[in-house]
Design a protein around this ligand. Structure first.
Ligand code: AMP
Ligand code: MG
Length: 267
């Protein structure tokens, strides 16, 4: 899975990453068992992380509209203990949030010890939508890449492991998914006319994404560019990387603070 991890010393072009890629796997049926096993393993590791109560895991999800952030969360979190995970969506900032620096609302919701935090969008919006729509002048947003690196460094130095996923879909796939939202009654609520305006800015977004990915991939907080045209492959890749990362963290159940060997529970 490390093939999708960006190298801090090598800039990528999104055009060079195929959103249709499914690695060595031809079809979903070939990995059904693995999908289940990965989720079960993630669940077991989450228990230990929660019990250990020393470190946390932050999963950042970014994508173009319809890119699959919601679906990925549904999949990866489906086996987790709800008590140990907090999912936070980032919307247009409120008046109170706007009255503070852009990281204020983010820092407040980073995962505490033992927790897994999932960001559906994130502080990266402040160098994406803000840049593409000129919501702040260039001299403001251009300083943010370095600020974000410092912020993420602060988190990783203090026990939070960070995984950042860009779910990479093609423009043609987005069209299919928008049409599907329009034509399926149960999905229409997700369709916003504004999505078409965003779609018209596709190239500007790709450019803004490229900069965010290249400038903010660090050894401590790497970006992964996940081929996401195939939903099953996207889910597989993200779950694999989450599993791998939790395995590397190797959370340990704490030892009891006192000797319990002579404890007797009376009838
Ligand atoms: P959705 O994720 O579809 O519910 O949409 C959330 C919307 O909030 C998207 O259009 C984002 O671009 C927008 N958004 C999130 N963060 C910011 C931000 N910091 N500034 C402006 N818009 C934002
Ligand atoms: Mg939306």
């Amino acid at each position: 899975m490390n093939q999708y991890k960006l190298d801090p010393d090598k800039a990528i072009k999104l055009k060079d990453v195929d959103p249709d890629d499914t690695g060595d796997i031809k079809q979903k049926a070939d990995i059904r068992d693995k999908l289940e096993k990965d989720l079960a393993r993630i669940r077991a590791l989450q228990e230990a992380l929660y019990a250990e109560h020393k470190r946390s895991l932050l999963i950042v999800l970014q994508a173009m509209d319809t890119g699959g952030k919601d679906g990925t969360i549904e999949h990866v979190c489906s086996g987790l203990n709800p008590q140990g995970v907090v999912v936070t969506p980032f919307k247009v900032p409120s008046a109170e949030e706007m009255a503070h620096d852009y990281l204020w609302r983010v820092h407040k919701v980073t995962p505490g010890k033992g927790m897994i935090g999932v960001f559906n969008r994130s502080h990266y919006e402040d160098v994406l939508v803000v840049r593409v729509h000129d919501l702040a002048p260039k001299e403001v947003w251009s300083k943010r890449y370095e600020q974000i690196n410092h912020f993420e460094r602060l988190l990783t130095d203090n026990g939070t492991v960070i995984l950042k996923f860009f779910l990479h879909i093609s423009k043609a796939e987005q069209k299919e998914r928008l049409l599907d939202r329009l034509n399926t009654p149960d999905k229409r609520w997700k369709f916003a006319l504004g999505d078409l305006k965003e779609r018209a800015l596709w190239d500007q977004y790709q450019e803004a994404y490229e900069d965010a990915l290249n400038k903010c991939t660090t050894a401590a907080a790497p970006w992964y560019v996940v081929p996401a045209n195939k939903k099953w492959y996207r889910n597989y890749v993200v779950a694999r990387i989450v599993r791998q990362t939790l395995e590397e963290m190797d959370p340990q159940y704490p030892q009891p603070a006192e000797d319990l060997s002579h404890v007797v529970i009376e009838d």
